[in-house]
Design a protein around this ligand. Structure first.
Ligand SMILES: Cc1cc2nc3c(=O)[nH]c(=O)nc-3n(C[C@H](O)[C@H](O)[C@H](O)COP(=O)(O)O)c2cc1C
Length: 195
């Protein structure tokens, strides 16, 4: 696997912002079935091994999963405060649930569950998201949290096809557009554009 050319500046940004826990939070936009954009914050959980695909976790019962089933295109917007740069990553989203046919992906799902803290796992025991508030007892933790992923736990993948990197530092500012070309041997092209 060759690293996409935007991986190096992104790795650099992650490294230089590593002291900020929220530098691993990004906004993910999807399209609702009503054709309106929907946007939310999620946590970056690294790259799928040997790929340029970003990993996240989410709940099968959440609205975004329904949206992705209808339209799998998504765009992440990620700002790094220390280095004052933004990455916008657009591409295909994939939801990996319990019965996904790809064994590599279900293994990745299992491993990411094992990496979650108890607090992270607990959220998947909560009552259905987006429904009228349940009584407090419904949020009580179970005696033991499962070692294997709960049914509603999903690995969420974003495979970028275009990446827009804007750097505010520097005069003039700089902006690079990376585009993955399906037709040209799956190569990435890079274009420096005006900010
Ligand atoms: C700092 C922060 C981190 C979050 N991380 C995640 C996450 O990793 N995965 C996730 O599904 N939701 C995460 N959420 C909650 C989402 O923003 C959102 O409220 C939830 O997923 C429901 O979104 P939906 O109805 O569009 O599916 C996070 C929220 C915040 C504020």
């Amino acid at each position: 696997m060759t690293l996409a050319p935007w991986r190096s500046p992104l790795a650099h940004a992650l490294h230089r912002n590593r002291s900020l826990v929220y530098a691993r939070y990004l906004q993910l936009a999807t399209l609702g079935s009503d054709q309106r954009p929907a946007n939310r914050t999620i946590v970056f959980r690294g790259f799928l091994e040997e790929t340029n695909t970003l990993k996240f976790v989410t709940d099968q019962r959440s609205e975004k999963v329904n949206q992705i089933a209808v339209n799998s295109w998504g765009e992440a917007c990620w700002y790094f405060p220390k280095t004052r740069e933004q990455f916008r990553l657009g591409g295909e989203l994939k939801v990996v649930g319990e019965n996904h046919p790809d064994a590599t992906l279900t293994k990745a799902r299992r491993l990411i569950w094992q990496d979650l803290s108890d607090k992270g796992r607990l959220q998947f025991y909560w009552p259905d998201p987006g429904q009228p508030q349940a009584e407090t007892a419904a949020f009580d933790p179970p005696e033991n949290l499962a070692e294997t992923p709960l049914t509603n736990f999903c690995l969420l993948l974003l495979e970028p096809e275009r990446v827009d990197h804007l750097e505010l530092r520097g005069d003039p500012q700089s902006r690079s557009l990376y585009q993955w070309d399906r037709d040209r041997a799956h190569n990435w092209s890079v274009l420096e554009v005006n900010p």
